[in-house]
Design a protein around this ligand. Structure first.
Ligand SMILES: [Zn+2]
Length: 508
């Protein structure tokens, strides 16, 4: 149909077309000739009109029908949760593994130091980058990945912050707050999976061991620093090698060494390059071990990170005590880093100090911004929670808010926590497994070829790509929860999230 349409505009070609003869047999052929030769005949003109209408209808309906036809030949993603799949020796249920490499900035993959992550993504897929939630810090983002919620919704609004309701402070490295489930709102994917009757395993993923509803993962390995990557790899494989009835279907694992290197030496350092190679080998080892078990078509693996990293080896300090003058002594609580949430004492004239701060921000020529819940950019999704301090100072990249007492102590050569629109704050997303194979096959099918010219956007400035690599556009990390529950076939149990409804459907 399509060829006939195209060739009807070209008499020479249409005359030699076998397909045209087949499609426009006998009277149809005469009619087409009349169109082509403009025969001035009333009867023929009527016929011409019929053919023209047919051609127009063909153009209108033919393409979508072709599209539907191709759609039906698409590879089909199988999310059946109960079905048993064999790797040749053992039975497996749908299984998904999510691994977080803390602080793996999206464009680290451009450094030529991660051949294995790129090879995995070449077999599967990756995104140009993944946009973290604001603030671009470890705890808010690991909980966003787990729950699909922005910080204002999941309650972990910084790595440390004051809660006026409970009149207590959350601190990420204190067990009394970190493991106290009342701080952590939302439903992590492991709670959803447990509710659906699946076994789950948590290897150090930041968050509480038990949710406020009393649900815990089946297997839990608590946070410990400096655990060798091999030990983590072996633990993951130990879970995968359990007998069917004991084997977890959702495995979450966390690795912090790259983030630590980034803070210590900065994102452009040799140390980051060295650790980057190590985590790349860690990814390879996981992939190789799954391949050795013939599981790459059974287990979905998703490698993510929580945020990026920017160089803060030579920052310009913004001294908040200089800006506030006497008002500095009126501060009761100061949250966050490198952004700063301010709570003045109830006796203080906080409107006055807000005014001073706003004027200073305006005069700074774009070094920092001052926001209240009312003026916070909506794209931050960072206002609807009393845990968010009423006044927030957000420095731009290259600037750090401090005071003369602190004087930047504790400042590292690398930092994050800045505006989540900044590319240097963006995280990684690489996936491999049955899900990514289907997505990739569909995206590279005839259907995509049909519309490729219309839809294609070059990946310039991002990872070098070859034709067999599928690179998703940047997306926000609150979509990941919905991906994982989809992969596990437990969407019926899914909690409400800030993710986009049907976001993943468009890839299948
Ligand atoms: Zn982090």
């Amino acid at each position: 149909m399509k060829d006939a349409q195209g060739r009807s505009l070209s008499p020479d070609e249409s005359d030699t077309s076998d397909e045209r003869k087949g499609l426009l047999a006998e009277e149809g052929e005469d009619d087409l000739d009349s169109v082509l030769h403009q025969t001035p005949n009333r009867r023929r003109r009527r016929c011409c009109s019929v053919v023209l209408i047919a051609l127009i209808l063909g153009a209108v309906f033919g393409l979508p029908m072709l599209y539907v036809g191709l759609k039906t030949s698409r590879p089909v993603a199988d999310f059946d949760n109960q079905k048993l799949r064999s790797n040749g020796t053992h039975q497996f249920k749908k299984t998904a593994l999510i691994v977080s490499i803390d602080g793996l900035r999206a464009d680290y993959l451009d450094r030529g130091l991660t051949p294995h992550l790129l090879a995995i993504s070449k077999k599967g897929l990756r995104a140009k980058s993944m946009r973290p939630v604001f603030p671009t810090l470890t705890f808010p983002n690991h909980w966003a990945l787990m729950t699909g919620l922005y910080a204002e919704s999941h309650g972990i609004v910084a790595n440390n912050f004051w809660d006026p309701q409970s009149r207590s402070e959350f601190h990420y490295n204190r067990v009394e707050s970190c493991w106290n489930s009342s701080w952590w709102f939302g439903e992590p994917m492991w709670e959803t999976a447990e509710n659906a009757g699946l076994l789950t395993a948590n290897l150090m993923w930041p968050g509480p061991p038990v949710t406020s509803r009393g649900v815990e993962s089946t297997y839990f390995v608590p946070w410990k620093d400096k655990v060798p990557l091999k030990e983590k790899h072996d633990q993951i494989m130990e879970w995968i090698d359990l007998p069917l009835e004991k084997r977890p279907q959702l495995i979450m694992a966390y690795e912090p060494s790259l983030d630590q290197a980034g803070h210590l030496a900065g994102p452009k350092s040799d140390l980051v390059d060295r650790v980057l190679k190590q985590v790349d080998v860690f990814a390879k080892d996981i992939h190789d071990s799954l391949e050795a078990r013939n599981l790459t078509d059974i287990i979905d693996v998703v490698f993510v990170s929580d945020h990026g990293m920017t160089d803060t080896s030579h920052p310009e300090f913004i001294y908040i005590d200089d800006v506030l003058g006497d008002g500095f002594d009126e501060l009761e609580h100061v949250d966050g880093w490198p952004a700063m949430g301010l709570r003045f004492s109830p006796k203080a004239d906080s409107a006055h100090y807000l005014n001073i701060l706003s004027e200073a921000a305006a005069a700074s020529g774009g070094k920092f911004d001052v926001f209240t819940h009312e003026t916070m950019p909506t794209r931050f999704h960072f206002s609807g929670n009393s845990r968010i301090a009423p006044i927030y100072i957000v420095p731009r990249i290259g600037y750090v808010v401090t005071d003369h007492v602190e004087n930047g102590t504790g400042l590292n050569k690398g930092s994050h926590g800045y505006d989540n629109a900044q590319a240097s704050m963006h995280a990684m997303f690489v996936a491999h497994g049955p899900f990514s194979s289907v997505v990739k096959a569909i995206q590279q099918s005839d259907e995509s070829r049909l519309f490729k010219r219309l839809l294609s956007r070059p990946n310039k400035g991002w990872h070098s790509t070859s034709n067999d690599t599928y690179v998703m556009d940047t997306f926000q990390n609150v979509e990941v929860y919905n991906l994982m529950v989809k992969l596990l076939g437990i969407e019926d149990y899914a909690a409400s999230t800030n993710g986009t409804a049907g976001f993943w459907d468009k890839f299948f």
